[in-house]
Write a protein that binds this ligand. Structure first.
Ligand code: PMT
Length: 403
């Protein structure tokens, strides 16, 4: 079920008595970390209320194809593109017939036609309807076109008959839905990543900061989410969109970044500190704008900020596997190694920021991943590509540490 973390499942519910089981299925899919959006046919609403499914999925239920309000939120084509998997449970004989005929006469069939996502159907109907040669022909046609049938099961039916046509139980359907996804390197893992700069205010209009754009940290968050992790990104002020499937907490100062990072850290498996945190902040923040005086030299008094990555690495309970970055302009590997030891990190990413093509605010980067045992160089490439390589490498080290 770990494979469901962060996956987007569009659950279609058609009219049948088994629709009541879709409530439990929604709960199980959500509990396994999937984002579930629900589409109901009009007949399905006769068996279970959209309100129940809205409460369980946490999202409004989609009911009609031509609903201007719903289209203004997530339109049907957007919803079709959004899904990683379409699961129709229960799938009635009528739905199977309409879908196999290629009809798009309601929202659910339209979505199935418009989506590139894999489609799974959990048939549920009276045993005679399932055995009917027309239903069988429709089901065979769909499977020959790549649609997966989950069930039906055999047994006692609500109408009193016994035979094939029962919808599989929600637990079984959730397991089978999980099997539709490949096991990825961080499936089911929780990752916290810091990104961007911090801003340390001097007065209401000025602050101390640095040139971090957040590109590296955001790329890591995207790569970790794509690798199956549930990702919390703690971000300083940047101009980047939050990657899909990533929860983002926006902060300004180092102290806020520390608080947001520590919030729930005990539940996290991996922590990656890519942020460029200001080492110092002004001792006092002036209440009003500091006025220019007659003096030629102005002195600022600064106080050390908390070290976020060292705080996390020093946790006595619930310490995650902790990865730091080292932004250096000379003796890059030596300084990175000393930070690895001093901050008690598991890994450190040595980043030579003396080269403007890599490092702060550039689109590319090149780094060396340093562990107690050795070094792995990752040559210059885009930050997005490098993030994928880094996540793969970090995950391998992490998995080795837990085995
Ligand atoms: O954001 P971009 O423009 O894409 O640029 C990417 C980057 C250059 C910022 C990034 O790749 C990088 O190197 N980040 C670390 C920057 C940094 O502050 O390095 P440092 O050597 O000063 O800090 C060492 C480690 O301690 C870092 O993991 C840092 O996040 C962490 N730290 C530092 C100070 C502090 N008070 N708390 C911390 O957690």
């Amino acid at each position: 079920m770990q494979r469901l973390t962060n996956r987007r499942i569009l659950l279609g519910i058609t009219g049948g008595i088994a629709a009541y089981k879709s409530a439990e299925l929604t709960r199980l899919l959500k509990g396994a970390g999937a984002d579930v959006r629900i589409v109901m046919t009009p007949a399905a609403t006769e068996f279970i209320t959209p309100l129940t499914l809205q409460a369980l999925s946490g999202h409004p239920v989609h009911l009609q194809l031509l609903d201007p309000e719903a289209e203004a939120g997530m339109g049907h084509i957007e919803l079709a593109k959004w899904a990683d998997l379409i699961l129709v449970a229960p799938a009635s004989a009528d739905f199977i017939a309409r879908f196999s005929a290629g009809m798009g006469d309601d929202l659910l069939t339209t979505l199935c036609l418009a989506s590139d996502a894999p489609i799974c159907l959990a048939p549920a109907m009276n045993q005679a309807m399932w055995r009917d040669p027309r239903t069988q022909a429709n089901a065979h046609k769909l499977t020959s076109q790549g649609v997966t049938l989950l069930g039906p099961g055999v047994g006692a039916q609500a109408c009193g008959d016994t035979g094939p046509g029962r919808m599989l139980e929600p637990e079984e359907l959730a397991e089978l839905a999980a099997e539709q996804f490949e096991h990825t390197v961080l499936s089911g893992k929780r990752v916290v990543i810091t990104a961007g700069p911090t801003r340390e205010p001097l007065d209401p209009v000025r602050y101390i900061s640095n040139h971090s754009s957040g590109k590296m940290g955001y790329a890591l968050a995207e790569a970790a989410a794509d690798a199956g992790a549930s990702v919390k990104l703690v971000s300083g002020p940047v101009m980047l969109p939050v990657p899909p499937r990533v929860e983002c907490v926006q902060v300004e100062t180092a102290e806020e970044m520390l608080a947001a990072t520590l919030d729930g850290i005990e539940a996290c498996d991996l922590f990656i500190a890519a942020a460029a945190v200001a080492d110092y902040r002004p001792v006092a923040i002036a209440e009003h704008k500091i006025k220019k005086g007659s003096e030629e030299i102005m002195e600022l008094r600064l106080v050390k900020n908390p070290d976020i990555v060292a705080t996390v690495a020093g946790l006595e309970t619930g310490r995650p596997f902790t990865v730091g970055f080292a932004a250096e302009t000379r003796d890059v590997i030596d300084y990175a190694r000393s930070k690895l030891a001093r901050k008690r990190l598991d890994l450190i990413v040595a980043n030579d920021v003396s080269n403007p093509e890599i490092g702060f605010n550039s689109d590319d980067n090149a780094v060396t991943l340093v562990s107690a045992e050795g070094e792995t160089g990752l040559p210059q490439t885009s930050k997005r590509q490098l993030a994928r390589q880094l996540i793969e490498q970090i995950a391998q080290h992490y998995l080795k540490s837990t085995s």
